[in-house]
Design a protein around this ligand. Structure first.
Ligand SMILES: NC(=O)c1ccc[n+]([C@@H]2O[C@H](COP(=O)([O-])OP(=O)(O)OC[C@H]3O[C@@H](n4cnc5c(N)ncnc54)[C@H](O)[C@@H]3O)[C@@H](O)[C@H]2O)c1
Length: 312
């Protein structure tokens, strides 16, 4: 049975990835410091996996040295939202932590799948954005994720590690929650939470800014396809839907699904916010046969059902 380690596996995307991996009968270890993830995210699968609480910034990795991963998924991250307030913490996790994960992969001779962020392209110069789009980092998080990509390529070229990078669009789905402590207010959870609490939704900027909203299980499936391929060493892929949705439109869909209609209040733009986002997934389609399966309305419906259930 293949051994898999998921760094950041107790987080939002990571926990869906773990569930999808389990369907394929993998031997899974989650490594997470639980700074933004939770045991609760893994409650449905915790008896089938090994969970290690560990901070990837640590210098001493001896507690992980018994692991023998064939594949490592590196999803652990310090979030974008807080990176302007604490760029050093963000660099610690997203750069030093990345180097530590790469050193671990090198020692273990593991294949590495790294999740980066499409936001590093900044305001698009052309649409849809492709893998060739120029970079224009808007926040320390963007810069640190980009540095992570550079390190991945260095380790791939110098040490012969097998590495594939995925730059994700804006991911949403069950278990994604607002984390006020980290200033993390993802679009769909934030709007759903407000409407479900019968409060006025707050939208930064005028709501006409757009995002490419991708459902989390579509992401998990493609990351696994990436890990199964042996032909994409050193390649980078955008993972997206190639659909552009404004925040106002997302609110409209959420209102329709929840049956709650409350006019939003518009406030100032978040620092580093980009105006438009829509990304091509042609390269991932060619390489892995990927295409998104879950529409925004279906994904929002699943999210609202989850939100209303007792699982939160
Ligand atoms: N969610 C999105 O919209 C989105 C968009 C683009 C890229 N990504 C990328 O996808 C990946 C997963 O994102 P997510 O939304 O699931 O985030 P998340 O915050 O839910 O998950 C990250 C996990 O990493 C853990 N973590 C943080 N610091 C750690 C440390 N020092 N040591 C060990 N674990 C640590 C957190 O506890 C959390 O469980 C990240 O690499 C992120 O950059 C996400």
């Amino acid at each position: 049975m293949q051994n898999v380690v998921v760094f950041g596996g107790a987080g939002f995307v990571g926990s869906h990835l773990v569930e999808a991996l389990l369907k394929q009968d993998k031997n899974i270890t989650v490594v997470d410091d639980f700074s933004n993830g939770s045991q609760n995210n893994l409650s449905a699968v915790s008896d089938k996996i090994k969970i290690i609480k560990f901070d990837i910034v640590n210098k001493d990795w001896s507690s992980l040295m018994d692991l023998k991963p064939d594949v490592i998924f590196h999803l652990a991250t310090h979030p974008r939202s807080f990176s302007l307030q604490d760029p050093i913490k963000n660099a610690d996790v997203n750069v030093i932590g990345m180097i530590n994960v790469l050193d671990f992969a090198k020692k273990k001779n593991s294949k590495l799948i790294y999740t980066s962020n499409s936001g590093i392209c900044g305001d698009p110069q052309f649409l849809p954005v492709t893998e060739e789009h120029p970079i224009d980092c808007k926040t320390p998080y963007d810069a640190n994720k980009l540095i992570g990509e550079h390190y991945a390529k260095i380790y791939q070229k110098i040490y012969g590690l097998y590495i594939t990078i995925f730059r994700l669009a804006t991911v949403y789905g069950e278990r994604q929650i607002v984390n006020e402590e980290l200033g993390w207010r993802p679009i769909i959870p934030n709007l759903v939470k407000k409407l479900e609490q019968n409060e006025t939704p707050i939208i930064n900027w005028d709501g006409e800014q757009t995002r490419d909203l991708i459902y989390v299980k579509d992401v998990a499936d493609c990351l696994i396809k990436g890990s199964e391929s042996n032909d994409q060493n050193g390649e980078m892929f955008l993972l997206s839907t190639n659909k552009e949705t404004s925040v106002n439109e997302a609110l409209r869909v959420i209102s329709e699904v929840t049956g709650k209609n409350i006019a939003p209040t518009y406030t100032e733009k978040n620092p580093g916010d980009i105006r438009r986002m829509v990304l091509s997934y042609e390269k991932a389609k060619k390489a892995f046969g990927y295409s998104p399966r879950v529409s925004l309305k279906e994904g929002v419906t699943r999210y609202v059902n989850w939100y209303r259930s007792a699982k939160r």
